[in-house]
Design a protein around this ligand. Structure first.
Ligand code: NG1
Ligand code: ZN
Length: 550
């Protein structure tokens, strides 16, 4: 009774905007920030219920990532630091689109019954909040708090400005009973990075001025957090630009999405940077790409995208495993054949998939969206996933990690300091450095840097692992993006009926041609992707496929 009237009262303060239908897409709810007060309030309620249901801390993040500064969004982190369980997404949609407080409350009552959620008076639910640097974030956080506080017994902790991966990392750590503050996050990243650097072969020089890494912070949260991390490291030289404190606008002409899609240098970079190793973060620092500035004054970059970061990680992991196994005497040793899986989406450059397969790795495709990649990667002992846009991480299974710990102890007693033991230590350090909750630009960057050191590679050497096939992405505005339905990890259109045959016919005209379309999960558009052996061919193919969509 008390609960119902509290909900009715607070819901009346957050009327949903007229004529707007939101859906929990690839990355939560996203829209122009002015449309989101009601949605965020209601997601606050959902997060509190989720916390009661799971009896764990739940995260709620206010961000629209790489989208423009006037947009915002909200997404929920489950107890393990992953995305909200997919079976709650339909409830999220219904909740956010309910037109009146009465309807909202009846949906909640019905759902609580169906899910058998037991609300309790004393604080027994807890939601942790974070936001990126968008100005609209402050009032949206207040809306989230109102939502959480309208469920009796739910507590809220506001951490202010964080990167998405920081909040998700903290939620996961908290629920595992580990140290879970932002400071703990920085300490774990810096100490495991130091450990990896200490294990690099002798003779590799670090910290030289001309070997400095230059990072574009997208004028968002990532730059300021990277500065903090940087101050805790003494074996890496980083210069951060586009921190957002010099009037630059979030994601405008800067950031990982811009650099990856346009393949041009971000603001603040120029001819002085030719040949240097550069990296770019996105607005909430869960994406990372590397690049180097070309010398031809064209503003173009040599892009090292998520696929190449994935390739670097995958060959490193494979190499360490083979060092580890080399010493294993099959008679006496517990040999554990770790299953290594590499997970990509249809956006992965075809040349990367070929390269990975030729390197003897098992590659699988999933639909776009971190939740799908993450879920698939979690099925392996070591699952490495990346989207071409730079979002990804490496997941280690609990079983493999305990085997590795034991192996390391065994090696320490029989062959302390051997190559095998170093390989075990490196893999353990990677598992602590790389964010196990979600793709994380900061931890990804430190892992890239340590692997480049280990191998003694320049960014050019790395970029040359394979040559990307030229590609083109387009978007076509449509009235109803759900009219397009796909299958086979989005590589095949099944509705509208005729389109797939037409795409196949177009693609067949181009050597190494490949093309697919899919409805975006974050914008009202159909996305078109094409690749082919030349840029002109990729452009033409993309254009003619886009024409089929209209
Ligand atoms: P949509 O709008 O569903 O294509 C985009 C990215 C995803 C993912 C999400 C979440 C592309 C082609 N798509 O999703 O990979 O990062 O945003 O931010 O880059
Ligand atoms: Zn992001």
């Amino acid at each position: 009774e008390e609960q119902v009237s509290l909900l009715l009262k607070s819901a009346a303060l957050f009327p949903p905007p007229h004529g707007v239908k939101l859906s929990y897409g690839t990355a939560g709810f996203r829209a122009d920030a002015s449309l989101l007060q009601s949605a965020v309030f209601r997601v606050g309620i959902l997060a509190a219920l989720r916390s009661f249901k799971t009896q764990s801390v739940i995260g709620l993040m206010i961000t629209a990532s790489h989208n423009k500064v006037t947009d915002n969004g909200v997404k929920v982190a489950d107890p393990n630091g992953g995305m909200l369980s997919q079976d709650w997404e339909p409830f999220a949609d219904k909740l956010v689109n309910a037109s009146t407080p009465q309807l909202l409350v009846s949906l909640i009552v019905e759902f609580i019954k169906k899910e058998n959620i037991r609300l309790a008076g004393k604080p027994s639910a807890e939601v942790w909040l974070g936001r990126d640097t968008r100005p609209s974030g402050e009032s949206l956080i207040e809306a989230a708090k109102e939502g959480i506080n309208s469920i009796i017994g739910a507590a809220v902790l506001d951490f202010g400005v964080l990167t998405t991966p920081q909040l998700y990392w903290m939620v996961r750590a908290r629920n595992k009973g580990w140290k879970a503050t932002e400071q703990n996050y920085f300490e774990q990243l810096s100490s495991s990075f130091r450990c990896l650097m200490d294990l690099t072969p002798n003779g590799i020089k670090v910290n030289e001025e001309d070997d400095k890494l230059i990072v574009d912070g997208a004028n968002g949260v990532g730059g300021e957090k990277l500065e903090i991390l940087n101050n805790m490291l003494n074996n890496l030289a980083i210069e951060v630009r586009n921190c957002g404190n010099d009037g630059g606008i979030l994601n405008e002409g800067v950031g990982a999405d811009y650099v990856q899609k346009e393949k041009v240098i971000p603001r603040g970079f120029g001819s002085k940077d030719v040949g240097k190793r550069c990296a770019s973060l996105d607005g909430d620092a869960d994406r990372l790409v590397y690049f180097s500035v070309l010398s031809d004054l064209s503003n173009k970059v040599d892009l090292v995208d998520g696929d190449k970061i994935l390739s670097l990680f995958a060959i490193f992991v494979k190499e360490q495993l083979s060092i580890l196994y080399k010493g294993a005497d099959p008679e006496t040793h517990s040999s554990y054949q770790a299953r290594v899986g590499v997970v990509q989406t249809a956006y992965a450059n075809g040349a990367s998939t070929d390269y990975l397969k030729q390197s003897g790795l098992e590659v699988v495709l999933t639909p776009t969206g971190v939740k799908f990649l993450h879920e698939k990667a979690a099925q392996y002992d070591i699952g490495i996933y990346f989207e071409a846009n730079g979002h990804g991480t490496i997941l280690f299974s609990d079983g493999f990690l305990s085997w590795l710990e034991a192996k390391n102890n065994e090696l320490a007693s029989i062959s302390e300091g051997s190559e095998e033991q170093k390989a075990a230590l490196r893999l353990l350090a990677v598992s602590r450095l790389i964010n196990q909750a979600v793709g994380d630009a900061l931890s990804g960057l430190l892992l890239v840097e340590s692997i480049l050191q280990y191998k003694g590679w320049s960014v050019h050497k790395w970029a040359g692992l394979y040559e990307d096939l030229p590609s083109r992405q387009l978007k076509v505005k449509v009235v109803d993006r759900t009219a397009v339905v796909t299958e086979n990890a989005e590589t095949v259109v099944v509705r509208p009926l005729e389109i797939q045959d037409a795409i196949i016919a177009e693609t067949a005209k181009y050597p190494r041609g490949r093309s697919f379309i899919r409805p975006s999960g974050t914008e009202d558009v159909i996305r078109v992707y094409a690749e082919a052996s030349t840029q002109e061919a990729a452009d033409n193919l993309a254009n003619s496929v886009a024409m089929l969509v209209d």
